[in-house]
Design a binder for this molecule. Sequence first.
Ligand code: PMT
Length: 440
Amino acid sequence: MTPSDRGKVVLGVTGCIGAYKAPDLVRELRRRGFRVQVILTRAAREFVSPLALATVSGEPVLERLFDDGSGRGDDDAAGGVRHISLTDETDVFLVAPATAHAIARLALGLADDFLTTFHLAQRAPLLIAPAMNTNMLRHPATRANLETLAARGAEVIAPGVGELACGWLGPGRLPDIGVLADAAEAALRRGRAQSDLEGRRVLVAAGPTREPIDPVRYLSNHSSGRMGAALAAVARDRGAAVTLVLGPGSVPPPGGVRVIPVGTAREMRDAVVRRAPGADALVMAAAVADFRPERAAGEKLKTGSFRGAPGGAAAGASVLRLVGNPDILAELGGRRAAEPGWGPVVLAGFAAETTDPAPEAIRKLERKRCDLIVGNRVGPGRVFGEDRTEAVLVERAGADGSAPTVTPRPPETKRDLADAILDVVARRLAAAPDPGGNAS
Ligand code: PMT
């Protein structure tokens, strides 16, 4: 699957002030790798220009069933019946913003324009993002219409609460673009019924560790936890029960996963080792500090206390004595090799390198006795903290000692890479013999 091939979202934009955010929503959906087809109602045209939406979506906007004298009817484009042919391409139908009037027309099943005709014909998951004045939203007619749509299986995205364009305070705002895009993404996954990790327990470690020097200073690295959070979210969406061991200062964890916050490498080691035996798969995306200060001072150190001893090799230089931290992945890989049947069936890690990551990923696969190492090239402005990444997957081939398979990935979002990693995990879990000796 290419990064821009995650599916097609048909975005219905109806006429209220929230429509001015539609181009940003299209851009966010495209940034996440979706193709977007916009359908605009006549009223929406008053708030947002079709040209802007066509430019950001890369597709002509669909507005009219018939030639209304403007010289074009969208339904007969390319000689087909577009409100029907589009249904075959649609993975998610999102109406955002949805006005009270549009909601009423959808609930009634009217078919008097492109949006409503397409609505009756299409079969993809339907998401409705109501946006209107608080009283209009609370009106029994609007509530009944939303309930009718929900009873038919539509997902109603809760409106935001705050100051409305009309000056009122209360519910009725169009939710943030990220919330809408998340809802579309989750619906797409559910629609595809991708539940290949159903019943599996996936343990993910993410983020940096912090190694205290004294109560105000520490050693750490630039990891944001974003890669591990993406792995946790995708594993959850694919049906797994997920535990996320998360280092400090990381991005907010996704909902629906169990989060174990940790600080130091040794805390991370204890949290991971305790949970590893009950996990089907462990993915170590964490950037564990390899070293820690030999001793963390109880009080803030004065500058002079770092000086080397007079006359010694480090005289005049600042000295901080470091000792090695436990290598969590190597420890688990070693134990699993020594005790067949112990620990996660699939053990995956990363290799963060500032040069070509493939050779080091191959070495780490052997040294840490993993099934998969994801090599990524890190550096200033690269991978750490970013939404996008570029990696190579190095996978153990088999027990016969044959060379690992090396699969370079294109530049992509961390969610897409997470999907590819979990494809490997799901495949290896499905192929592994169950405790009774049968392949599951
Ligand atoms: O968090 P982000 O901002 O999204 O950035 C993502 C990332 C760059 C942190 C991530 O993609 C990544 O590469 N994580 C691994 C970072 C790392 O520590 O790599 P390494 O090559 O030093 O370690 C190899 C493997 O051993 C890793 O799986 C690591 O988690 C593990 N390890 C390392 C040291 C140690 N003491 N214990 C370990 O278990």
